[in-house]
Design a protein around this ligand. Structure first.
Ligand code: GDP
Length: 427
């Protein structure tokens, strides 16, 4: 990468003020940008830079924070880093440490930190919108509201347990019924959130599989799509698949397009048979299927788009025209005919698989916690538990603990290193 126009160095912690004073000769007015001639301990000039001073605790990290906006040359940044490293009590930050400090100091919760990680990785418009929502606390606010309701229900149960006349069974039953109905209502709401598509669908991209017999024009179609659409060069890493994928953004939605080995029933040899098995598995796992074969041979799929390809070749051929009439669209990758309609078809189908606008989507980790909370809230009316206030109160407590995992107030120690390791140094 070429050097950037500016290089930002952040210093956070109790020594930040002293470090800034040592470099700039003064501590500027809080939260105001000013120009300073930075010098090292020997008085050697380092750079003329914009400096900012944010005293804690109302800062991104919760600690004192100094920012140096340097000229972006590598040697400039390196010289300032060397001067800082020579100061006692200062060391280089590790990846994600600033955000981790913010989390440890209660400036952001875990869901917001996860949103930030996604925001830094966002490459498409829908990824940006989803990540920004989570980073801005959409999910956290919903969890806080559920926790409030749980607390209200718990208070009702506790009051009855502590102060009620034990002989008054009828009052106890009425309290239990109210609890169960409140729990059921909350469980229903959690169920609605769980029914939404997962955040991973947006982050990793929908899978669009192109299938059909050999020579149907599958590879040519992928290439034509890749030339027309925005290709994403760095898709989410870590997944190696047998089938080659091209990650494209269509209308801001990330999609993983894959070409498959031609599917035909009378296979020639064992190697080809393996390829065909893989193709069939890919078709089954696809969110959207583009079928380039005869329409009557299309595999069973919930979201197929039947395509009559190579239209420029068969135009005028009566039998081919008749077959094409049974397809969703007529396409020629060679002339470009039908490419716009294909784009529209795919995006329309993709939207049915994405969260509706304004709905926050949850990551797998968050969904697991939500599902657990929901399970604790579901009590069968008329069961032995349904009249036992002590058991109901315990279920409420367990549901609250499960919800705490979403915002990181309990039971998340194992995943913190993994999450903050996804950030870069200085964030
Ligand atoms: P695949 O085996 O299904 O991936 O098919 P290919 O994409 O390799 O295409 C098979 C042959 O059909 C190649 O010679 C392509 O150039 C040709 N082909 C593909 N699409 C079109 C098209 O839209 N029009 C024409 N005339 N030829 C095409």
């Amino acid at each position: 990468m070429p050097p950037a126009a500016i290089g930002v160095v952040r210093v956070s912690g109790p020594g930040a003020g002293a470090a800034l004073t040592a470099l700039a000769g003064r501590l500027p007015e809080p939260r105001h940008a000013s120009l300073a001639a930075l010098k090292d301990a020997d008085g050697t000039p380092l750079d003329n830079a914009l400096i900012l001073w944010f005293p804690g605790p109302a800062t991104a990290t919760g600690d004192d924070l100094a920012e140096l906006h340097l000229h972006g040359g590598r040697a400039v940044v390196a010289a300032v880093e060397t001067a800082l490293a020579a100061m006692p009590g200062l060391r280089a930050a590790v990846a994600g440490e600033f955000t981790r400090r913010a989390f440890d100091n209660g400036r952001i919760d875990l869901a917001e930190a996860e949103g930030l990680a996604d925001l830094l990785a966002a490459e498409t418009e829908s990824q940006r919108v989803q990540a920004l929502g989570m980073a801005s606390g959409h999910v956290s606010r919903a969890v806080a509201e559920w926790q409030d309701r749980l607390l209200g229900l718990m208070a009702g149960a506790e009051a009855e347990l502590n102060f009620a006349d034990e002989d008054d069974v009828e009052v106890g039953d009425a309290v239990a019924r109210r609890l169960i109905s409140g729990m059921g209502e909350l469980a229903g709401e959690l169920g609605e959130w769980l029914a939404r598509p997962a955040a991973e669908v947006i982050a990793e991209g929908l899978s669009v599989v192109i299938a059909g017999p050999p020579n149907a024009g599958k590879s040519t179609l992928i290439n034509a799509l890749a030339q027309r659409e925005l290709a994403i060069v760095s898709p989410v890493a870590g997944t190696t698949r047998d089938v080659i994928e091209t990650v494209l953004a269509l209308d801001g939605i990330a999609m993983r397009f894959s070409d498959t080995a031609g599917i035909r029933s009378e296979s020639a040899d064992a190697i080809e048979a393996i390829g065909i098995d893989r193709a069939k598995a890919a078709v089954e796992g696809a969110d959207i299927l583009l079928w380039l074969g005869p329409p009557n041979e299309a595999p069973d799929h919930p979201r197929p788009i039947l395509i009559a390809a190579k239209a420029d070749r068969w135009r005028g051929d009566v039998a081919a025209e008749a077959r094409a009439a049974h397809c969703d669209l007529v396409l020629s990758a060679a002339t470009g005919e039908g490419m716009d309609s294909l784009h529209k078809y795919i995006v329309e189908m993709a939207r049915t698989l994405l969260p509706r606008e304004g709905d926050a989507a949850l990551r797998q980790r968050q969904r697991a916690a939500l599902a657990e909370a929901k399970q604790w809230l579901e009590v069968e009316a008329g069961s032995r538990e349904a009249v036992d206030l002590i058991l109901l109160a315990e279920r409420l407590r367990l549901a609250a603990t499960a919800l705490d995992r979403i915002t990181g107030r309990a039971g998340v120690e194992e995943m913190l290193d993994a999450l903050f390791g996804r950030f870069c140094i200085g964030k």
